[in-house]
Design a protein around this ligand. Structure first.
Ligand SMILES: [Fe+2]
Ligand SMILES: [Fe+2]
Length: 186
């Protein structure tokens, strides 16, 4: 009888090297890091446009503040790459590209200086934050699973800042902007 047990595919690339280094999970982790690095860099370019488009000073300030925070996120990701000995390479994040495109459409579809535009900008910005929160939440866990506790700490710091930004946006919307938009004339 012929031997039907095919030899397992040689997979030297994913051969385990100590603490899970080079494992498939590690490759996936690095790929996701590249994705979020692209997203953060993209946001560094997008946030000034959102700031410029915002009507209220409160929202303008929030975008300005988050731009500075976002630059820190890029730095932390670069540190994370350094810790794991990988090149900090960005890879197009289709999701973030789509969410920010939606934000640009909101700017086109609403009038300058209106609270309605701010409502739209807040919604777009919160979609960005929620994407970041889920990404950093998953990546922090994954870093821990891979035994990369220092990288996990970096990612957890950013995760917290994304959550803070989300709360801040909700507050701005609740405090005035939604009310103003509801009472705005066309
Ligand atoms: Fe971020
Ligand atoms: Fe963010």
């Amino acid at each position: 009888m012929a031997n039907t047990n095919r030899p397992k595919k040689a997979n030297s690339k994913v051969a385990s090297k100590g603490n899970g280094e080079n494992s498939e999970l590690m490759e996936f982790f690095i790929d996701e890091l590249k994705d979020i690095l692209w997203a953060e860099k993209h946001l560094v370019k997008t946030l000034p446009k959102m700031q410029k488009a915002a009507s209220s000073d409160e929202l303008k300030n929030a975008f300005e503040e988050h731009l500075e925070v976002t630059k820190t996120h890029v730095d932390r990701l670069e540190q994370a790459f350094e810790r794991i000995g990988e090149k900090a390479q960005a890879k197009t994040c289709d999701a973030m590209e789509g969410i920010t495109k939606e934000g640009e459409e909101i700017i086109e579809d609403t009038a300058e200086g209106t609270a309605t535009r701010d409502v739209g900008l807040i919604m777009a910005a919160q979609k960005v934050e929620h994407y970041e929160i889920s990404t950093y939440g998953g990546l922090t866990q994954l870093a821990n699973t891979l035994g990369l506790s220092e990288v996990a700490d970096l990612l957890a710091s950013t995760l917290q800042e994304e959550k803070d930004a989300d709360v801040k946006l909700t507050e701005i919307a609740e405090n005035h902007i939604n009310y103003e938009a509801a009472h705005e004339h066309e």
